[in-house]
Design a binder for this molecule. Sequence first.
Ligand code: CA
Length: 431
Amino acid sequence: MPIKTNDPNKKTWIPVPANSDFPIQNIPFGVFLTRDDVITIGTRIGNHAIDLGALHQLGYFKDIPLTDDIFLQDTLNDFISDGQKTWRLVRNRISEIFDTDNASLRDNEEHKKVVLFTMEEIEMQLPVQIGDYTDFYSSKEHATNVGTMFRDPNNALLPNWLHIPVGYHGRSSSIVTSGTPVRRPMGQTMPAGAETPVFGPSKLVDFELEMAFITTDANVLGEPIPVDEAEDYIFGMVLFNDWSARDIQKWEYVPLGPFLAKNFASSISPWIVTMDALQPFKVESPEQEPKPLPYLLQEEGNKSYDIHLEVDILPENSTPTTVTKSNFKYMYWTMSQQLAHHTINGCNVNSGDMMGSGTISGPTPDSYGSMLELSWGGKQEVKLNDGATRKFIEDNDTVIIKGYCLNDNIRIGFGEVSTKLLPVYQPKKKQ
Ligand code: CA
């Protein structure tokens, strides 16, 4: 089925500002609360949110096989379960409805009143109920930097790294959407030179610049997903800030890996950009040497995506500073390899499961994906525009991750994930 939505010449009757992340070629999916306090599934063009539940009730999807309430839900899980063919039919139809030459909705003021919202009139929600969240560690530059800092610069990568898309099972309950503040965690750390651990606020709270992909029901228990089919089961991607407490992490992570240093919060951007929308931005992924084992070996061709990423730090009552610029294309292991590896033992994945890429660092110091690397373990200060400096994230700083794709014809983007770090929780005093 052709992806008609991706036609770069397509124009819409909805106003789209220059450099918008959301032209008619994007058509992402999200969940929002409307001005009438109704939760609905929607999409976005320019600065307008579109209520897909209302559009469906008005008959605009009538010849697509969809249940009546498919968009009248507070998560996208059921729609994602319907599979790639349905996602494609719905995106193609949305782009027809909003095509500049299509008068059906364009000239129907009554319908437009119930379908269209400005972004100020709505409140974005978490787009899926995330059943399981897995985090990979798939940037060679990031793994090399961390290995160099904490172990041995001559053997920065552990022996398994070039053979396995290394990952761990994370925690989905603490994943929040953009705009939801998170708290600095308390925890146990072992300060340098100390002989016994101490308890208190983490002193080294960090962001991790990541992206995450969201799957559909892909396989039944016991049956792996072949690497060359894996991407058919990926619905789309979001920006992902995997908040990390480096001092807690350093003390707790041996031998079973990250635990409380990572599960206090992770933040995602609210609009899921579909894999279909990203097709024009496919690029080669880094060459893999040694060659992966056959179950991870992909057919020739472009397997990664050219997605520009940047992180801003915004101190309270100040202006933002871009502290790093990276790109998803630097990832050593592809999403297909991650998903094939995840399921090679028969582990099943479900609709709404989320897989983090791992911190996405580029080859140069201005493209590192965490403060841990930008400050090189706290040895260097990162300068901000207002004259302040940071080694890690301070209370009331807001961290903003943005991401977009750009070619000669179009730009599509992810918007942003913006999260304020609040001070540690103070228990309320008893009266
Ligand atoms: Ca991570």
